[in-house]
Design a protein around this ligand. Structure first.
Ligand code: NAD
Length: 512
């Protein structure tokens, strides 16, 4: 049995409040519906959460609207200072929060810590960005005129997040949105609400120390219905939603129908190409981390491995040597590399996908079984490798589990790129090659059609400094670094006439 002191340290109780508007949490109320949260690691009950209602959402919106009035006029670098303090608080709680991510979501502890490190990194990034919310100056065609643009906050940003990055995705959105002058309402995945509540306890310290009003950072615990209400509500000028493509199509349609803005980060079907000119040692290492890391539950997990026929057998043999040695088990035990799937439904979906692959002519080379050991939940599986064809229906889908489809190509790298691009999703992609022409072809406009394209790096493990997101059914949104901050702001073009006459643009004469 593990030491659960980290729960107390993070303010997690047996029963936890349905929402918070910052410093204040909802009062516990026995008449509320609750949800029990079981750890995917050992199947034990961690805690209960109370579920929010539509009235709670209404309350949060009102409080947030009020907070926006003062937050939007605070100078951006002062907002950055608050985010700096949040980064400091996260440093203090890195260890317990990393543990809770592992215990509630199931990724290995190193990845739990990595997720919190990403939050710290985005805080640092946002602090610097708070002094750089630059607009451009454009040259006016009219004499004695000055034209430029400014970026202003949007208002309430609704953040709907997925279970697999239960806290990092929120920080990418909220820290960047906050320095821009927005206020955030977070609806975490109903599968991982405790990490969200823990984050709010960490924030609370900073909000209190700075005597900030309620409504700058709120969370609301609820399922798809609360998320849908947020999507339909025009008091949220922006909804940033991370999750399945099925969810994104609904959220995108709801927000689109009211002509709001949406930022969608949806499913991937990421491929790694190994050409005949690759360093196979590196390529295989990257493949294994990409395919089995987080038990195949990253949006950037490697799902398809497209290998040149000249090195295909070599790659296959190496993978088949490594896979049996992957240590599966409790992700809090640092000797383990593969933890559990999130729940039993995910195990069922994993097995069903393998059956479908077989029925379409796929050859399961290894894995695909349940894995059991003392003290473990029923959510552990052995990662699978399947020889398959890209056009199989099951290969075209994202199965959120550790299944690697092995696909052979021959001839030029363009043939591999064509296979890679021949899916509906467009998140992450990678090629392993030491040949300049192959790597340039992959990065060219005729190359990878994904939002992320890597050379000699796997498909997963992005850094926060770049813009993160993908094309096609991945949704088109970009978050985190580069100029992603612009998605959280409205652009205003300003023209000032400092002359004594009123010339019209395009030289139009209009004498009255
Ligand atoms: P999910 O779609 O089941 O749920 C995600 C969130 O959406 C949850 O908070 C859920 O309550 C909410 N939701 C569901 N239906 C909704 C609706 N109709 N309206 C509003 N909200 C709704 O996804 P999941 O199982 O939690 O996460 C796995 C998926 O997320 C995978 O497809 C993965 O690729 C994707 N993902 C993408 C990225 C990315 O950046 N592209 C990052 C992480 C995860």
């Amino acid at each position: 049995s593990i030491n659960l002191d980290f729960l107390k340290e993070l303010g997690i109780q047996e029963r936890n409040p349905a929402f918070s508007t910052g410093r204040t949490f909802a009062t516990l109320d026995n008449s509320r519906e609750t949800r029990k949260i079981f750890s995917p690691t050992d199947g034990q009950l961690i805690a209960e959460v109370e579920m929010s209602t539509q009235e709670d959402l209404e309350h949060i919106i009102k409080v947030s609207q009020e907070a926006f009035e003062s937050w939007k006029v605070l100078p951006a670098p002062k907002r950055g200072e608050i985010v700096r303090q949040i980064g400091e608080a996260l440093r203090k709680y890195k260890d317990p929060l990393g543990k809770l991510v592992t215990y509630e979501m199931g990724k290995i502890y190193q990845e739990g810590l990595g997720e919190v490190q990403e939050m710290i990194d985005i805080c640092d990034f946002a602090v610097g960005q708070s002094r750089q919310l630059y607009g451009l100056e454009m040259k006016s065609e009219r004499q004695d005129h000055r034209m430029f643009e400014q970026w202003h906050p949007l208002g309430l940003v609704g953040i709907i997040s997925a279970f697999n990055f239960p806290v990092a995705v929120w920080s990418w959105n909220s820290m960047i949105a906050a320095i821009g002058g927005n206020v955030c309402v977070w609806k975490p995945s109903e599968k991982t609400p405790l990490t969200a509540i823990a984050c709010q306890h960490i924030l609370q310290e900073v909000l209190e120390a700075n005597d900030l009003p309620e409504g700058i950072f709120s969370y609301i615990i609820g399922d798809a219905e609360i998320g849908a209400s947020m999507s339909h509500d025009s008091r949220f000028p922006l909804i940033s939603a991370t999750g399945s493509t099925r969810m994104g199509k609904k959220v995108g349609a709801a927000v689109g129908a009211r002509l709001g803005k949406s930022l969608l980060e949806l499913g991937g079907n990421n491929a790694l190409i190994i050409t005949e000119n690759a360093d196979l040692e590196m390529a295989v290492r990257a493949t294994v981390f990409g395919a089995v890391g987080t038990c195949g539950q990253r949006c950037t997990s490697t799902r398809r491995l497209i290998v040149h026929d000249k090195v295909y057998d070599q790659v296959k043999d190496r993978l088949l040597k490594i896979y049996p040695s992957l240590s599966i088990g409790n992700p809090l035990d640092e000797s383990k590399l593969v933890g559990p799937l999130i729940d039993e439904d995910a195990v069922t979906a994993f097995k069903a996908a393998l059956e479908k692959a077989k029925s379409e002519g796929g050859n399961v080379l290894i894995g695909g079984e349940s894995f059991t050991d003392e003290g473990l939940s029923n959510n552990y599986v052995t990662p699978a490798i399947v020889e398959a064809q890209n056009h199989f229906e099951i290969v075209q889908e994202e199965t959120f589990a550790p299944i690697l489809y092995l696909i052979k190509y021959s001839g030029e790298v363009e043939n591999a790129i064509a296979i890679q691009n021949d899916v509906k999703q467009g998140l992450s992609s990678a090629v392993f090659t030491n040949h300049l022409l192959e790597s340039e072809a992959f990065l060219s406009s005729a190359g990878s059609d994904c939002g992320i394209a890597n050379i000699n790096i796997g498909t997963s493990g992005a850094e926060i400094g770049g813009a993160f997101g993908g094309e096609k059914e991945t949704g088109g949104g970009r978050e985190s670094g580069s100029d992603s901050w612009k998605a959280y702001m409205r652009r205003q073009t300003n023209t000032i006439n400092y002359g004594r006459v009123l010339p019209l643009a395009q030289g139009i004469k209009f004498d009255i």
